[in-house]
Structure formats: structure tokens, C-alpha cells
Design a protein around this ligand. Structure first.
Ligand SMILES: NC(=O)c1ccc[n+]([C@@H]2O[C@H](COP(=O)([O-])OP(=O)(O)OC[C@H]3O[C@@H](n4cnc5c(N)ncnc54)[C@H](O)[C@@H]3O)[C@@H](O)[C@H]2O)c1
Length: 420
């Protein structure tokens, strides 16, 4: 259904979406505390926000929190395949104009980003930096309204830092991804669990005994490897960075070049944020039946155009499973069109972990408004006070108490005189 004010698949899905949003909210106690305070204090009163995020139940709860804080918010999808159509419809019902349809084509994807920009935002929230890039390159007329923005994921932060290095960045942005309460938990435990979930839902595969090749041993790779091992898989790690490769070896994983792993792997998962990780030479030696999935931000990690060229035929054998028949008869399987499998075939990260990432986001929105005009134009880290507060609130919500330093210990830890 389209309208000037929103573009979602089907408004009749709204009731179902509302219930799922409520269900997720039960697992978001930190965001709940922030929403209660925002409702009373209205720190975002009158602030126009355009958010380009995965349209999921958790994002809806972030949106409702910002709205409770007084923000005038619109949302669009940050990936063509990650939208939950019932949630998009519910958001419209909640009064948050939303532009997102699961499976939208590239043109619609950018049309939706432009619709979100038409809102003339004071603040942007991005997941992957497509909105910020569009704003800088195609809608620089809107820059005059901007206070600042935030970025949710590793790939987006890399893009923003490279914009800054090139002297192209025009307003202050906060790298929410780099907060400890974000990447240590969301990227690791969130992507770890939900990637396994996405592949399982798409294929119903048994993990036990499978050779699982994880490309990239960063925060997401560590999580995916850990959870695949927990399911009984033999995990092989592919890395280019020696310290991370060494860490993987000492964690007990096999580490080898991808060309060697390509010959023995059953399931390949890319989480590098890089491009063409799995390429022609790998497709050529993979075993019959090998499956490939990506959980990195863009669908560039598996060289799909080359896979298409090498194949003599292709069919959709299950939802989210494309079978590519090679010239020699081997069948290779691509899951979720090479897009983030956890969001394409499952529901993305569980709410409990997004509670922290989106608490960071909400508090960063408030910080940007409070510091309007004072922040240098660069990519900022999340203030330590916000990071620590989110961890403190999460522990409290989980019923976990911790010790505090004594005065004697504080003095000892900040002194150099005492030794053996
Ligand atoms: N699916 C999700 O929901 C989700 C969640 C968080 C992050 N992400 C995305 O996942 C990707 C990875 O994020 P991260 O936080 O783990 O990043 P990271 O920087 O911590 O890790 C990436 C790792 O990939 C390695 N790498 C790069 N090129 C490689 C190559 N050619 N071969 C092997 N390894 C290579 C790097 O050395 C690094 O160790 C990013 O695109 C990020 O935006 C997705």
C-alpha cells in the first residue's frame, strides 16, 4: 500500500505487528526505563529525526521511545530484505511514517531513503550509512537543518570514517557500534545466535558434525563461530588479520586459507564487511551441496554475479534457498540472496541484546540535542558515561549486583608508589 506519508506492504498486518512489538518490549527493560524518563522530560521535543534502520520489532520500540521523548520521527529500511512487514504497518498505526517493504528492489530502496530525507531531519540514525551518504551526495541542501547523527553498524562506521578522512563529512556523527555495550554484545551474541537461527530456518540443516567455515573473526565472526561450535559443528576460521587469526587458533578453531577450506566446507558464512570473499576460485572447488550465507552488512561478500555466470541453471528450492547447478553438475546453495541471513530468513537479533544497542541510540539522540552546535564535525565515540550507564541498567534489570571499589582500592589503582 502506498501513500504520500508512508509506503508499507499491507496495513492489515498492523495488529499482528503491534503484538510482536509488545512481545519484544518485554525483553527491553533498559529502553523501557529510558522511555519512562523521556515521556516525562521530552528531551527530543520538536526534533525531526529520520532513521534508516532494519524495520524490526526492536526498532519499533526504539522509534516509540524517541516519539515518547517528543521526536518527530520517520523511518525507512536499511536493507531491502530485512523489513518485517507487520511491524512497518504497525509503526504507521503508531503515527511513525514508515517507508519499507520486505523484498523491495534497489529503486524502491532508494526511493524510501529519499522519502525519509524529505522529512528534513535535524538528526539522522543510520545502519550502514546509506542515508548519510545519500544526504551528503544527493541532498546537500538539507545539511543546513542537521544537528548530528548516529551510526549503528561496523560497515557504516567504516564508511563514515573514510568520508571524514576524505574531508567530505559535513556534520558530527556518533559511532554507536563502537560502544562496548553495543559491539561486545549485539555483534557477538546477537549476530552469533541469529545467524545460526536464520540458516536453520532457511534450511532446517543439522549443525552437528558439519564443517562450518566462518569468514572473518571480528566481533560478529567470534559470535557465529562460538554458536556454531555449540551446535556441534567443526568450525574453520578464515582471517587476514594475524592477531585475530592467532586468537582463533588459541580458541581451538582450525584456521586456514579459504581456498583450502572451500574444498571441505559444508556451510560457509561471511561476516567480514569486505567484498568478494567467496569468489570464482572458491565456487570452482566447493563440494556438491555446499551452502553459503552472509551476515555482513552488504550482499557483496559472496560474488553472486560470478556465481550466476558459472552456473548452468538456478532454481529456488525453498524460500531463501537458491540452488545453483554448476557445469559439472555440482549444486551450490545461496541463502537469502546473500543478504544478512539473520534478518532475511529470521528475525534479526533477539530483543534482549537490541535493548542495549538501542538504549545507546536513544541516549545518543538526547546527547546530540543537548550538545547542539558544540560537537566537532567528526566521527565521535559514544560518551563513556552513556556506555557505563547502559551496562549498569542492564545488570540491574537482570537482577545482577556487582561490587564497588573501596576508597583504598581506588587510591591504589591510581598510584605508582606501591610495589612488591
Ligand atoms: N547481521 C547483523 O545483524 C550484523 C550485526 C552487526 C554487524 N554486522 C556487519 O557484520 C560485518 C562484520 O562486523 P564486525 O563487527 O564483526 O567487524 P570486525 O571489523 O570486528 O570484523 C571483521 C573481520 O573480517 C576480517 N576480514 C576482512 N577482510 C577479510 C577477508 N578478505 N578474508 C577474511 N577475513 C577478512 C577482518 O580482519 C576482521 O577481523 C560488518 O559488515 C557489520 O556491519 C552485521
Amino acid at each position: 500500500m502506498t501513500s504520500r506519508n508512508y509506503d508499507v506492504k499491507n496495513m492489515s498486518l498492523a495488529a499482528e505487528g503491534k503484538q510482536r512489538i509488545e512481545w519484544a518490549y518485554r525483553e527491553m527493560p533498559v529502553l523501557r526505563l529510558i522511555r519512562e524518563r523521556f515521556t516525562a522530560e521530552k528531551p527530543l521535543k520538536g526534533v525531526r529525526i529520520s532513521g534508516c534502520l532494519h524495520i524490526t520489532t526492536e526498532t519499533a520500540n526504539l522509534g516509540l521511545t524517541l516519539k515518547a521523548g517528543g521526536a518527530d520521527l520517520v523511518l525507512c529500511a536499511s536493507n531491502p530484505l530485512s523489513t518485517q512487514d507487520d511491524v512497518a504497518a504497525a509503526l504507521v498505526k503508531y503515527g511513525i511514517p514508515t517507508f519499507a517493504i520486505k523484498g523491495e528492489d534497489g529503486d524502491t530502496y532508494y526511493k524510501h531513503i529519499n522519502a525519509a530525507l524529505e522529512h528534513k531531519p535535524n538528526i539522522t540514525i543510520d545502519d550502514g550509512a546509506d542515508l548519510v551518504t545519500q544526504l551528503h551526495t544527493k541532498r546537500s541542501d538539507l545539511l543546513k537543518n542537521i544537528i548530528g547523527g548516529s551510526e549503528e553498524t561496523t560497515t557504516g562506521v567504516i564508511r563514515l570514517r573514510s568520508m571524514y578522512q576524505a574531508g567530505k563529512l559535513k556534520y558530527p556523527l556518533i559511532a554507536v557500534n563502537d560502544a562496548d555495550t553495543k559491539h561486545l554484545f549485539d555483534n557477538r551474541y546477537g549476530t552469533g545466535q541469529s545467524t545460526i537461527d536464520g540458516i536453520t530456518r532457511a534450511t532446517n540443516v543439522l549443525w552437528a558434525g558439519k564443517k562450518v567455515v566462518v569468514c572473518g573473526y571480528g566481533w560478529t565472526g567470534r559470535g557465529v563461530a562460538m554458536r556454531a561450535r555449540g551446535m556441534g559443528a567443526h568450525v574453520i576460521i578464515i582471517e587476514v588479520e594475524p592477531v585475530r587469526a592467532l586468537e582463533a587458533v588459541m580458541e581451538g578453531y582450525q584456521v586456514m586459507p579459504l581456498l583450502d577450506a572451500a574444498k571441505i566446507g559444508d556451510i560457509f558464512i561471511t561476516v567480514t564487511g569486505d567484498k568478494n570473499i567467496i569468489d570464482k576460485k572458491h565456487f570452482q572447488v566447493m563440494k556438491d551441496g555446499a551452502m553459503m550465507a552472509n551476515s555482513g552488512h552488504f550482499n557483496a561478500e559472496i560474488n553472486i554475479p560470478v556465481l550466476e555466470k558459472l552456473s548452468q541453471g538456478k532454481r529456488t528450492i525453498r524460500t531463501y534457498v537458491e540452488e545453483y547447478t554448476q557445469q559439472d553438475g555440482r549444486k551450490l546453495y545461496l541463502l537469502g540472496e546473500g543478504r544478512l541471513i539473520n534478518l532475511a530468513a529470521a528475525e534479526g537479533h533477539p530483543a534482549s541484546v537490541m535493548d542495549m544497542s538501542f538504549a545507546d541510540q536513544a541516549l545518543c539522540m538526547e546527547y546530540l540535542v543537548k550538545n547542539k552546535g558544540k560537537l566537532e564535525i567528526k566521527v565521535h565515540t559514544v560518551p563513556e558515561a552513556i556506555d557505563k550507564e547502559v551496562a549498569r541498567l542492564k545488570l540491574k534489570a537482570m537482577g545482577v549486583a556487582i561490587d564497588t571499589l573501596t576508597a583504598e582500592q581506588k587510591k591504589y589503582l591510581s598510584s605508582w608508589e606501591e610495589g612488591t
